[in-house]
Write a new protein. Structure first.
Lengths: 461, 193
């Protein structure tokens, strides 16, 4: 170990393992995490994967596909069932590379679980979990993003055949951006405006087959492809999708909350927000991801700043460690404290999400608006802060921070899209603000406010 | 007329109170502006759009207030190791003081935080940098991120940065040959010209 770094470790006033325990839910979970990481680290096949920074975009997609398939097989062999274990294992193989199976294992599977009836879950979930089908989630359109009510894709119910007919009626209605839509997925949950009995009943989720499972050609009426080079996310084939009179059976509409009967009668859900459960889940998890990305950037910058010496503070006394300069501390320590703040907030919002979802399963929807508002706002604030501060960490490493060898570019291009995906940040903050205005109104009327808003009643003004 | 209780002790309660006050004030200001605009005949949706810059500030203040509270809860957990507790407390203070100073106008606007208190906070921020300095490496070690995941020559656990940078340079694809193909194709004809 570099003596400068060792000296730093020697003079610490606490044992770092105590912080590790706090962040990873105690000694047992930490041991489990390290064990799983060591399985991946010592994997001989892993050593054969090519160095990420030297690959072209096409090679990165292919290499990542190989890794994902290998990981999926290994996860099965190792018998991992807990999503946290699987996440840790996969991260060691594909850290900050993202994955062509990412949406399949998150949005696709989770929306099926949350929005499907028991029959639908029994049919689709085993297929998804065994990778017999590969799916993604297509909501965003070329001309429509965060304002989901503006989506144009249509699903018109035909009671004669008991099918939905899906169409992309305009150029702007083409589904655009969904991860793994371009070349990887063969099924997709499409969010479309439902029309039945001559009326539009708003957005609903539909399972749409995209590709022939034998030869992987797109099915008739399906035009699908990759959207091209992006800022990062090279391993993911973000795609576009144009639908022309695609017929799917009535059972392919996810009907846990809203329903369409055989003769075309629409039955409303208890709460319109239930449709956005998938997005709330992803937003809840983004905060922790941002905390992790920023903590990695801080790790790089702070260790480097302890090793790098630059300029004499006192002439003749030798070059100082750059971490001893107050200006360097002012760049890095606020970022470090922000990383910790968002790691804790990420844990808290994930726990809140799991609790609220468990309540929803019991029919209690009371906390959903609070979760929706907080997850939107936290996602926005954490992604803004992480993007900005990762860049600060990079610049704090001088010229070496610009090299791919620093590790910063890979982290940055994986974290910064969080500012725009799953809802553009300003729009999300305005959603949070609308909720705050409702709470203000309730407060003025003397109503009791949710816990996180109780300060509105307390404060004067 | 209410003012903050922040002193140079930087009690976490006083910091939370400041964040709550700022969020509540900004939320109320938005509500008040929307009410004024609609009472002048503006449609509610238009009034909302005409207040959107302030609404974003209010939402940000609310979220930051929630994050501060979550952080404080973690510091105050009973099962936190006694050696770690002061380190976490300093990190929490730094997070809140830094945010507060970045947005000092929003805390000072109605006189809740005074100019004198901001002066104290500026000085405390610099003290906190010195306080955290000896533990900075231990804190990032505590994140427990394996080198393979960092994939960084600069952030290696062993600190052998320069060896790693040198190896990385030697492995560049451009170094596979001593003279690059581009020399023969383009540079040589140019130099010969």
């Amino acid at each position: 170990v570099n003596p400068d770094l060792q000296n730093e470790r020697n003079k610490a006033t606490f044992d770092p393992i105590q912080l590790t325990y706090l962040l990873h839910n105690g000694p047992q979970q930490t041991r489990r995490k390290r064990y799983i990481q060591s399985l991946a680290l010592n994997d001989r096949v892993k050593q054969n994967f090519r160095t990420w920074t030297e690959l072209s975009r096409e090679e990165r997609y292919e290499e990542s596909m190989k890794k994902c398939i290998y990981c999926a097989d290994r996860v099965k062999e190792l018998g991992f069932k807990d999503p946290v274990d699987i996440y840790i294992y996969n991260q060691m193989f594909t850290g900050h590379e993202n994955s062509p199976f990412g949406l399949h294992n998150s949005m696709f599977t989770d929306v099926l679980t949350q929005q499907g009836t028991e029959e639908q879950k029994a049919k689709w979930l085993p297929l998804a979990k065994n990778y017999q089908i590969l799916g993604t989630y297509a909501q965003t359109e070329m001309g429509h993003g965060t304002f989901v009510r503006g989506l144009e894709t249509t699903a018109t119910y035909d009671p004669k055949t008991q099918e939905f007919v899906l169409n992309s009626p305009t150029l702007t209605s083409i589904k655009y951006w969904p991860g793994a839509l371009g070349k990887t997925s063969n099924h997709c949950i499409v969010i479309a405006q439902l029309y039945t009995q001559g009326h539009c009943h708003g957005l609903q989720p539909f399972i749409v087959p995209l590709r022939n499972l034998d030869n992987y050609q797109p099915l008739p009426g399906v035009e699908v492809g990759d959207i091209g080079l992006k800022f990062g996310y090279d391993a993911v084939d973000n795609g576009y999708l144009r639908l022309s009179n695609i017929r799917i059976p009535r059972e392919n509409m996810l009907m846990r909350y809203s329903k369409v009967t055989e003769d075309g009668v629409f039955i409303k859900p208890k709460n319109d927000k239930l449709l956005y459960g998938g997005m709330v889940m992803i937003r809840s998890f983004i905060t922790g991801d941002c905390g992790r990305g920023l903590s990695q950037a801080c790790t790089i910058a702070i260790r480097y700043s302890s090793v790098r010496h630059q300029t004499e503070v006192t002439p003749g006394k030798g070059e100082e460690k750059i971490l001893d300069y107050q200006t360097q501390q002012y760049k890095l320590f606020p970022a470090l404290s922000t990383a910790l703040a968002y790691l804790f907030a990420g844990n808290a919002i994930r726990e809140m999400y799991l609790r609220v979802m468990a309540d929803i399963n019991k029919g209690a929807l009371g906390e959903l608006p609070q979760l929706h508002a907080l997850s939107s706002g936290l996602k926005a604030c954490s992604s803004y802060a992480a993007s900005e501060m990762i860049e600060t960490c990079r610049m704090a490493c001088g010229g070496h921070g610009y090299s791919q060898a620093s590790g910063f570019p890979k982290i940055y291009v994986n974290v910064t899209p969080a500012c725009t995906y799953e809802g553009e940040n300003t729009v999300l903050l305005l959603q949070t603000a609308r909720y705050l205005m409702k709470c203000l109104n309730s407060s003025a009327q003397g109503e009791e406010l949710p816990t996180l808003m109780s300060y509105l009643n307390k404060s004067t003004g | 007329g209410k003012t903050s209780t922040i002193t140079d002790r930087l009690s976490l309660r006083s910091l939370v109170e400041a964040f709550e006050h700022r969020a509540a004030r900004l939320i109320r200001e938005c509500g008040s502006r929307i009410q004024t605009l609609t009472s002048r005949g503006m449609k509610p949706d238009v009034a909302l759009n005409s207040t959107s810059v302030q609404l974003v500030k209010a939402a940000t203040a609310h979220v930051e207030c929630c994050v501060v509270k979550i952080f404080v809860n973690e510091v105050e957990r009973k099962d936190v190791n006694p050696q770690l507790k002061p380190v976490l407390q300093a990190m929490c203070q730094l997070y809140t003081v830094y945010l507060l100073l970045q947005n000092s106008g929003e805390f000072m606007q109605d006189g809740f935080v005074t100019g004198q208190q901001v002066e104290v906070l500026n000085s405390k921020l610099l003290d906190l940098l010195s306080e955290i300095r000896p533990n900075a490496v231990a804190i990032v070690d505590g994140f427990d991120i394996p080198d393979a995941m960092l994939a960084s020559a600069l952030g290696r656990f062993d600190g052998q940065v320069y060896e790693a940078l040198y190896q990385y340079a030697r492995n560049s694809k451009l170094n596979k040959t001593e003279v690059s193909d581009a020399y023969y194709k383009h540079l040589k004809p140019f130099l010969d010209r």
